[in-house]
Design a protein around this ligand. Structure first.
Ligand SMILES: [Zn+2]
Ligand SMILES: [Zn+2]
Length: 133
């Protein structure tokens, strides 16, 4: 069984063809992808409305995460509790494993302002590819 099928079934979702295709594309990417980038990857066989619906479903079941990019477009990627390196030139959101010691961040989750549910870490800069160009 592929990882995407296992994840879908674990969440109690039917692993149909479209869901598997979308999840595979998200899992294989090293960056957090926008729906437009996913449509490019998946080709003309994938319908935009279907894609949006599947992404919502996957987020709802916490199989993938939705991050808001600086361009206000949503980016989707798998795996939780990681940060992103955003390239201000090409706009890619690279997934970034956070260092083990995130005490400073964790302490924010007991904010006096109220209950914190998620902490998003985004570093802005210029990626290796763009630096070389
Ligand atoms: Zn770049
Ligand atoms: Zn990510």
């Amino acid at each position: 069984m592929t990882r995407s099928k296992a994840l879908l079934q674990h969440a109690g979702l039917e692993a149909n063809v479209n869901r598997t295709l979308v999840l595979d594309a998200v899992l294989e990417a090293q960056t957090a992808l926008t729906p437009a980038q996913l449509l490019d990857t998946l080709g003309p066989a994938m319908n935009k409305v279907t894609l949006y619906r599947i992404l919502e479903l996957l987020v709802e079941h916490r199989i993938i995460e939705r991050h808001s990019g600086p361009d206000r477009a949503f980016h989707y990627c798998a795996g939780q509790g990681h940060g992103h390196f955003h390239c201000t030139r090409c706009g890619r959101m690279h997934c970034l494993t956070l260092p083990e010691s995130t005490e400073a961040l964790t302490s924010l989750t007991s904010s006096p302002l109220g209950r914190v549910d998620t902490v998003e870490v985004r570093l802005d800069g210029v990626c290796q590819n763009c630096l070389k160009a």
